[in-house]
Design a binder for this molecule. Structure first.
Ligand SMILES: [Zn+2]
Length: 245
């Protein structure tokens, strides 16, 4: 999940970081003492997530501050919602990844890191204005192996497609991408949100069967509007359109 726009939590995040929470090394905070075993798992998950980001993007540019909440109420307060195992909050000057106990997991952390990576590379405002939520979430689900775990791009697409078919009861319930452009459209009740995730992941994994990851990501950094907002098709050989003013 990613919330780039919800500013009410920002004072809480800054407070947590500067006064309220215990600090564990550079860029890691917690609302209460972390047991040694848990700290080990957390650090290991972060390291593995960083490797996933480097494998996908080529390097890790977006450094977010990690806040580990052992109390669900703290997690819900900082994320603006108690749903899920992690969230990322990006602002033009700083970003955070907030995790709860379920977030001690390399997939959860890599997912949130991917949101921050996109924002860092394209720019906060540009992501907000030009990147539909389905694309942002679909990219994050390429480093997140909770639904499917195949590394090969074609197999990953086949697996996501199968998951989507199964979850939508043979594609009986479909959400067009044009209805998944904003966070508000994307995140609904549990069923819809999961359907939205699978739709986004299937679409992005499909695009990545047509172009190399590297080429796709480099083109996106150059022209953030080159992926049609509602289309499954990446035009091959067509000139990238100019970004909207
Ligand atoms: Zn997400």
């Amino acid at each position: 999940m990613s919330f780039f726009w919800l500013f009410p939590q920002i004072p809480g995040l800054l407070w947590a970081e500067q006064h309220g929470y215990a600090r564990y090394g550079k860029g890691l905070f917690s609302d209460s003492t972390i047991a040694p075993g848990q700290l080990f798992r957390l650090n290991r998950s972060v390291a593995r997530a960083e490797t996933k980001i480097k494998d996908f993007w080529g390097s890790h540019e977006g450094k977010g501050i990690i806040i580990f909440c052992q109390k669900e109420s703290e997690f819900a307060g900082l994320c603006g919602s108690g749903k899920g195992a992690g969230c990322s909050i990006g602002t033009p000057w700083r970003s955070w990844i907030v995790l709860n106990a379920d977030g001690l997991n390399e997939d959860v952390i890599a997912h949130e890191m991917c949101h921050i990576e996109l924002m860092t590379r394209l720019g906060w405002w540009n992501v907000k204005t030009d990147i539909p939520t389905w694309l942002d979430e679909g990219l994050a689900l390429q480093v997140d192996d909770r639904f499917v775990s195949e590394k090969d791009s074609i197999q990953r697409y086949i697996d996501y497609k199968a998951e989507l078919e199964m979850y939508s009861n043979g594609n009986q319930w479909e959400i067009p991408l044009t209805e998944l452009e904003t966070n508000k459209q994307f995140f609904g009740d549990e069923y819809r949100t999961r359907l939205a995730y699978l739709t986004a992941a299937t679409e992005v994994s499909k695009i990545l069967t047509k172009t190399s990851k590297k080429e796709f990501l480099q083109t996106l950094e150059r022209d953030r509007t080159f992926v049609p907002r509602g289309s499954t098709f990446v035009p091959e050989g067509t000139k990238p359109r100019k970004p909207m003013p």
